[in-house]
Structures are given as C-alpha cells and as structure tokens.
Design a binder for this molecule. Structure first.
Ligand code: ADP
Ligand code: MG
Length: 824
C-alpha cells in the first residue's frame, strides 16, 4: 500500500502568484482595473499604450489626483486601498470592487513601475515594484499631474499562463474592447489607445463628448443612427436605468452588450439572456442588437464576490429588476416599432378618388342616381383643407346624350349635388378600376373633361393637353395668361354689374363670397402670393397684383390692396428621417448641393404646391391638384424625383435603413438591369456577365461609403442588404432595382466627392420616383395621395424649370368651371 504524500505549505510567492492569476487573467483584465483606478482618481484624460497585445508593454497614463509620495511604499501591497477602510464600507460605498488587489496582483506577475505627481508636490516620483514590494525608494523626477502605470512583461514568471494566451492580436482586440466600452460609458473623459510606436491611435474619443457621438466614433454610424434612449428610475427596487439600444432596423450577427453596474463594466448572464429573448421578437433569426445598459443599484444590494475578477455580478431582487429593465426597453422598441423590411408595406384604406371623381364629373362615367338639390357656387370651392377631394361634392352630371356639345346646353340637364359626408368617414371606393385603366376611352374622357374646363381652348390645344406626354403650352407662356386675365376682367365686370344669366349670378355669388369680410382671411390663405393666379402672371408683377385684388375684393379699387410681392423667404426643407437621433452634416459638398436647390427653386410654384389640395390621380404619371382657384395637372414622377433628390440631400447620413428580408446579389441585379430595354445594351458593350461583375466590383469597392452615408449596405460577398428609407411608409418598386443598381455603377461619377454624392442622390431619387401600378403595388393611388403628395406639398422646393417643362401645368380656373356647370 502506498502512503499518502506529505502535505506542505506552498511557498508564499507561489501562493501570491496563483492569487494574482485569478484576478489578472490577461492584459485586458489588468487594463480594466487600471482604467477604473484612473477614473476613481477623477482623470479627464486616459491614454493607453500597448506593445504585443499588452504582454510586452501595457501603460496607462492619466491626469487624475495622483498618489501621495508617502503612500508609494505600500500601494502595491495586497489589500491596500484608499477607498475602503472597514468591511462595512463594502456595503456603503457608491462603487464596488475595492479590495486593494489590483496593483498587488499585477506586481506579482509583471514588472510594475509607477510615476505619479499630486498637485501640491513640486515634482513627480517614480518607483518600481516586484512582488508587492518597492525595488528601491521612489525617485523624484519630472512629470505632470496624474499617474502613469507601466506594466512590462506580463506573466513573465507564469509561463503556462503566457502560453495559454492567444495571439497578441487577440489580446489587443480585447484591450480595445475594454477601452471602447469605458470610453462610451465615460464620454466626459477623453480616451486614447495606441499601439507602441504608432502615431495614429487605435481609438480616440474627445474629452466632454457624448455617449452617442462616441458610439458613432467607435461602432460606426450604422449603430448610432438606430439608437433608442431608455430611461427608468425605480423607487421600489431602488435602481436607475440609462440605456441606448438599437431599434428593430438594426441587426448584426453578434450581440454586443455594454453592461455597466454602478459604473463598473460587468457581465450578467441573466440580463444578457433577457435582452436576447426580447429582441428575438423584433429581429429575424440569427440577427442581434447592440445594447448599452447602465444600472445604478443600491450598493448594499450587490454581491461582487461571485467571481474573483468581479466581472460577473449578482444583486438583490435580480429577477424583478431585470423584469423592469425589460419593460423599459420593450416600451421603446414598441413605440419606435418598425421592423421596416422591404416587403412589409403599410396598408392604407382602400380609396380610389380618380375613378369616383371622373365618374361623377364626366358624363360617360356616370351611372349613379341623381338627387335634385340646388348648389351654391361658393360651395364648390373646397373651403376646408380637410375636404380633400372632389368625391366630397359628389358631382353628378347627367346628360341626355353623351355626345351632345356643351353649346347645346339647353338640352343638357345637369344636377350638381352636394352631399356632406360625416366627418372623418371618407367614402371607401372601389380600388380596382381607374380612369387610366379604361385605356380606349381614356383620352376622350379626359378630353371632354378638359373641354368642359377650358371652353376657350381650341380643339388642338385640348388635344395636346389630353395627351400629357406631349408638350404642353408652357406655363410661363403669354397666350394663356392673357386669356385668363381677360376672361377674369370680363367676368368680374359682369358679375358685379349683375348680369342675369345663371352663370353670372353664380359668379356673382362666388365673388360676393370671396369679398365678404368674414371670408377675407380664408381668401387670403388661398390667394397668398402665387397661390390663386395663373403661373404666367408671376412673370408680370403688375398683372399679378391686379388679378389678385380683383379676385379677393372686387368691390375695392383694383389698384388697391395686394397680397403679392412678399420677400423671398429662406426655404426650409423638412426632415423625413425616421431615425430617433439626428446627425449634423458638415460635408461641404452636400451643403453646396443643398444650396443649389435653395438658390434655384421657383417661389411661385412653391406657393402653389404649399396651398395645394389633392384632387385625384389621372394615371401613374399625372395627377390633378387644386391650388387657390386654379386646377393644375402635375407630372407625378418628375415631382417625386425632385422630392426624393431633395430628401436625399437634406436627410443625408440620417436615413433609416430598409432592410431586405433576403439580401440580393448585386451581380444578379446588374444582369437583370442589363436585360432591360432602358439599359440599351449592345454587343459592343461586352459580355453581360462581365459587365454585371464589374458593376458588383465597383459597388463593392464603394460599400463602406455607401453604408456610412446612404444606408445602402452591401456585404463582402456583394449582396445588397438594404436601401435607405426616404419617406416613412413608402417603399420603392422592386421592379426598378436592377436598373437602379446598374445606373449607380454606370451613371455616377465616382471620382469627385460632390458629383459622386449628387449622382447617388439623383439615381436613388430616380429609382424612388417610379411608382409602379401593378400587382406589386395595388395601392399606388393611396400612396400617391396620402404619402407622396403630402410630402410634395410640405417641402418640395420645385426647380425653376418646372414652370416651363410641363411638370406643373395650369389647366383651368375654378370660376370657369362653375360657369360650365352653372350653364348646364
Ligand atoms: P483599489 O482600487 O481596490 O483600491 P488598487 O490596487 O487598484 O486597489 O489600487 C490601490 C490604491 O492605489 C488605490 O486605492 C488608489 O489609492 C491608488 N491608485 C491606484 N491607481 C491610481 C491612479 N491611477 N491614480 C491615483 N491613485 C491610484
Ligand atoms: Mg483598483
């Protein structure tokens, strides 16, 4: 039988080394302790230098209070601390983990040198330590206030530990992680992490920065722009929560959690699990969030002795507190909601205004019953902006013969019925049909509408108008402008002189209404400079004034009061960003592009747009709007392209992210793009595959920039993962994507910053402006009315050329329309 071996007491240095190894397991642990010491010493600047992942050199320099010379003897002995005097203090001090172990432990496994200076001392002192003890008395030396701690050859005397550590690169990345996390939590302190000998630091944050700014510096804009702020103070469980967590737009394949409890970086498996579970509701499988959570808990309720490194913590009421944290984060996620994936389109109520409007205005469409009820002319002006559509007035025009000319008006019986529907109860109409779908009759219906509206137009002019893709009479042309003002003068005259025809009577009432004092305010709002008059008048100041005053107050002297001539205001473009936080754009190229927009917009058109009331879609390309007393036909895609271009510029760097449920291959998209007619591919251009591949390569090269500025995320394999959100609830057509990708590569000038940004904004805007009307987008009319035109109304700064390239074209004045109806 073999005898038991003799039990011996281990040598003290071995014991100390083992103990030290439990506290300091790798360079990053040591650094964490040292950063905490610097922060406790109230430093506002902390600089870390590392060599070979901190194994050769790990140095931390701060500008804190320093260590008194008389304390330098014992500072590295075990259980020496300035932060705790008796065991009870462990429960009462505001922070935790002070057991005076860090420096002692380090001195057992490395060569440690401290250089420190307190404010009152004339010079600094330097001392080296080995196994907790001073090697020699501290020596005076030059130095500024604060402490520099130099650790050399970590684990030089623990070869097994040294071997167990992975590569210096791995250690450096762990060190970087610690610095990053402390830099975010302590944004008032400036942090620098540098590799020994390098000029450019690995990490640098500014003194007195903010958490969000530091998150952006360190983790990038993709995280920073998707942050939600979480705050909660709990009196029952006596804790305070502050957090910044990503919303449902953001996801990553790794879960990043920065958890601080009482200002110490810690780990808590239950908190981590709670967050993972919570986000699994909002994010797709295998997608993870980024979370920063800081808890301040009554120190008496925390047990930090669970683990020697003090990383893992336990606290009283853990379950209840974690539950509260969960509720607070959940509330933010819910409030911000938006798993805005590409396919999750918002559904709006089914409304089809066009069909209804045209059906009711144009005889051929009409099959509804009639109600005999007289209508006052003034009721035909939609005086309330909530009365947004023609449908509200339920026009019903009956003719005995559809082909009868308007001149035979005596034989044409018409009834115009006004039905006021209950407020907030817009009529739901059948969305399946629209005027544009009735292709064979379309132009004739439209022509007859125009003929009705424009009795003074020649038939050729009408024909031109009815085919909107052909050229229109330019808005700033003189002919029509003159026509309109002449008619106006005539009619005012007749109305005021009390002509006895029905039309004149109706007009008289309109003008009386408009001239009524009680209505003046309203009139002013609709005839603000530029809103009620013919666009062409804008180029002729005197005429404009005259026209305005005649319409607004016919009883007054025509040269009297005028509402025109206001000074150009500096335009403001509204932000449409769906992000919670906003970053200021300082790039001069973008600011210049914005200025171009502001310098070149047409004030008159802006007025028309800002006073517009949406009437209805004619088809995907054209829509009718009323502004003041005029009816305009607008080229929707042209307006949208400009709108989206401006949104691109004004929300630059601030777009939300529209994440695809499945990433799409750029080269596949480019291939499809090349197939399209618009691409105009010919054999001379080369093999399609090669071209598609070069498109992918080019865009891959620009991926970082596109991600940072444009929320266009492309992964390393060349898969497109997301596009920007330009307008909440608006999703561009999938069908346009191939051409968009192709054009990004071929049409954008990637060489100069400004033209590159301009090109990307322009191409993206082009893509977004295409509203497809097919199965993919059955609600294009709702989207056009309820999402797109309101944005155009609110913020589009229309470029000057819109006034003469048929983008916005006046087709009728309402008084003319009344006359038509009243005559019938
Ligand atoms: P603890 O932090 O638990 O007190 P440490 O071993 O980390 O123990 O530090 C021992 C003591 O050394 C601290 O209590 C503090 O007084 C002093 N000290 C350490 N680092 C610094 C520093 N950067 N600036 C000022 N004093 C420091
Ligand atoms: Mg310490």
């Amino acid at each position: 039988m073999s005898r038991p071996a003799k039990i011996r007491k281990l040598d003290e240095t071995v014991v100390n080394r083992i103990a030290a190894g439990e506290v300091i397991q790798r360079p990053a642990n040591a650094l964490k302790e040292l950063i905490e010491n610097s922060l406790d010493a109230k430093a506002s600047s902390i600089q870390v230098t590392v060599k070979e992942g901190g194994l050769k050199i790990l140095q931390i320099q701060d500008n804190g209070t320093g260590i008194r010379k008389e304390d330098m003897d014992i500072v590295c002995e075990r259980f020496t601390t300035s932060k705790l005097q008796q065991f009870e203090d462990l429960k009462s001090i505001a922070t935790f983990g002070f057991r005076g172990e860090a420096l002692a432990s380090i001195s057992h496994v490395a060569q440690l040198t401290i250089t420190t200076k307190v404010a009152d001392d004339p010079c600094a002192y330097k001392a080296s330590y080995i196994d907790s003890k001073l090697k020699a008395p501290p020596k005076p030396c030059a130095g500024s206030q604060g402490t520099t701690i130099l650790i050399e050859n970590l684990f030089y005397n623990v070869p097994t530990r040294r071997r167990a550590l992975k590569s210096p690169a791995e250690e450096l990345s762990r060190i970087t992680e610690v610095v990053n996390k402390y830099a975010i939590h302590n944004s008032n302190v400036g942090f620098v992490l540098r590799k020994h000998g390098d000029i450019v630091p690995q990490v640098r944050t500014q003194h007195n920065s903010t958490k969000v700014a530091n998150i952006q510096t360190i983790f990038g804009v993709a995280v920073a722009r998707e942050l939600l702020e979480v705050e909660h103070t709990d009196d029952t469980y006596k804790f305070k929560l502050c957090g910044l967590v990503t919303n449902a737009n953001y996801s990553n394949k790794n879960f990043t959690l920065l958890l601080f409890i009482n200002n110490r970086l810690v780990e808590s498996t239950p908190i981590k699990k709670m967050l993972e579970d919570l986000y699994s509701v909002y994010l797709p499988r295998k997608a993870h969030p980024w979370c920063y959570i800081s808890l301040e808990i009554n120190p008496a309720n925390i047990d930090v002795n669970v683990h020697p490194t003090k990383h893992e913590v336990r606290f009283l009421h853990e379950e209840a507190i974690i539950g509260k944290v969960k509720d607070a984060v959940d509330a933010q996620l819910l409030g911000n909601n938006a798993s805005r994936t590409f396919y999750a389109q918002a559904r709006l109520p089914q409304v089809d205004i066009t069909k209804q409007a045209l059906e009711e205005v144009i005889p051929e469409y009409s099959n509804a019953g009639n109600k005999e009820k007289p209508v006052h002319a003034y009721q035909m002006i939609r005086t309330d902006s909530s009365d947004q559509k023609l449908e509200k007035f339920n026009f019903t025009v009956n003719t005995s013969s559809a082909n009868q000319s308007l001149n035979e008006s005596k034989e044409v019986k018409s009834t115009i019925v006004t039905e006021c529907k209950e407020e907030g109860q817009p009529k739901r109409l059948n969305p399946t049909k629209c005027a544009a779908e009735k292709a064979p009759n379309e132009s004739s219906f439209f022509e007859s509408l125009l003929e009705d509206c424009l009795p003074h137009q020649t038939s050729t002019q009408v024909e031109n108008l009815a085919k909107p893709s052909t050229s229109y009479a330019p808005l700033d042309g003189n002919t029509k402008a003159q026509d309109v003002s002449e008619i106006e003068n005539d009619e005012v005259e007749k109305a005021v002189s009390g002509g006895d025809s029905t039309t004149d009577e109706a007009l008289k009432r309109v003008f009386q209404y408009l001239g009524n004092r009680d209505n003046i305010d309203y009139v002013k709002t609709i005839v603000e400079p530029g809103s009620s008059q013919d666009l062409a008048d804008r180029h002729d100041g005197s005429k404009t004034k005259k026209t305005d005053s005649q319409i607004t107050s016919p009883s007054k002297n025509a040269t009297g009061e005028t509402t025109s001539g206001s000074k150009p205001k500096k335009p403001e473009f509204k932000s449409y960003s769906v992000n919670a936080t906003r970053r200021e754009v300082k790039l001069t190229s973008v600011l210049k592009l914005r200025k171009n927009v502001e310098d070149n917009y047409h004030e008159g058109l802006r007025d028309i747009l800002s006073n517009m009331i949406f009437v209805g879609c004619v088809d995907e390309t054209f829509a009718l709007i009323q502004s003041g007393l005029n009816l305009y036909i607008c080229n929707t895609p042209k307006l949208l392209e400009e709108l989206f271009y401006e949104i691109m510029l004004y929300d630059f760097e601030n777009y939300g992210v529209m994440q695809f449920s499945e990433p799409v291959s750029l080269s596949d998209l480019a291939m499809l793009g090349l197939e399209t007619e618009e691409a105009g591919w010919t054999e001379e251009d080369g093999e399609k595959e090669e071209l598609a591949n070069s498109v992918k390569e080019l865009l891959l090269e620009k991926a970082d920039m596109m991600n940072e500025y444009f929320s266009i995320i492309i992964d390393k394999k060349g898969m497109l993962k997301s596009l920007p959100i330009l307008l909440d609830k608006y999703f561009p057509s999938k069908a346009g994507m191939p051409l968009y990708v192709l054009r990004l590569a071929t049409e954008v000038d990637w060489n100069a910053e400004q033209s590159c940004f301009d090109g990307i904004c322009r191409e993206t805007a082009k893509y977004f402006s295409y509203v497809s009307r097919n199965d993919e987008n059955p609600e294009w009319q709702n989207v056009t009315e309820h999402i797109l035109y309101p944005a155009i109304k609110n913020s589009l700064l229309p470029p000057k050329h819109f006034a003469h390239d048929s983008t916005i074209l006046q087709i009728a004045r309402l008084p003319d329309l009344y006359r038509v109806f009243e005559r019938c």
